[in-house]
Design a protein. Structure first.
Length: 210
């Protein structure tokens, strides 16, 4: 009498059982994803505290009295910004998110987007010279494509000329000679020129008397 029940219990699962198992698996995945998201957000809270303190320090820079104190405050703000990036990159690494580091590599359009080119005499064409925007990977997948500048055959771009100082642009306006080391001196008259000047002034006086 009990054999049919045993046979039914060991038989293949029904469609309802399959559906119940799928729902349970999806529910577990959802719970795991929510737990990972909550852990990530909780780990970023200290970063928000650090950035808030950095913002307060940056806002107080204009209230600093002396130049030395202003430099010291600016250095402290820079150190906190560096610490914030190190903290953020550390949390990224914990979740298997890492920068691509593509400078010096051949451009790969699958995970890089070329936004500019730059001539270079020795680097092969298509080599990444600079990153405009850092790319990131999540595991082996591309989380964000890198925006890069790639090399093309040709001379390197010329650097912008340094503007000349005002003293160099107009040495005469500052009372300097072309050599730049002596003040311009008034022109000297010769002895014969001085005699002619005295004679002409004497003639003018005589005419006035007449």
């Amino acid at each position: 009498m009990t054999e049919p029940a045993a046979t039914a219990a060991t038989g293949p699962p029904s469609e309802l059982d399959k559906l119940r198992r799928r729902v349970e698996a999806l529910s577990r995945k959802r719970d795991e994803a929510e737990a990972r998201l909550q852990a990530l957000l909780s780990s970023l809270l200290p970063l928000d505290d650090l950035l808030a303190d950095t913002r307060r320090r940056a806002g107080a820079l204009h209230e600093v009295g002396s130049a030395r104190a202003a430099v010291s405050a600016a250095v402290a703000v820079g150190e906190q910004i560096d610490a914030a990036q190190v903290m953020l990159r550390g949390e990224f690494a914990r979740h298997d998110v890492r920068p691509m580091d593509v400078v010096g590599k051949v451009v790969d359009t699958a995970e890089m987007r070329v936004v500019g080119t730059e001539g270079h005499p020795s680097v092969p064409g298509g080599t990444v010279l600079k990153e405009r925007v850092t790319g990131f990977r999540l595991g082996t997948a591309t989380l964000r494509a890198a925006q890069v500048i790639v090399a093309v055959p040709g001379p390197a771009p010329e650097s912008e000329p340094v503007p000349a100082a005002e003293d160099d642009l107009a040495p005469a306006a500052s009372g300097m000679t072309s050599a730049g080391d002596k003040r311009a001196q008034p022109r000297r008259t010769s002895r014969s020129q001085r005699r002619l000047l005295r004679k002409s002034s004497a003639r003018r006086r005589r005419r006035r008397r007449d």
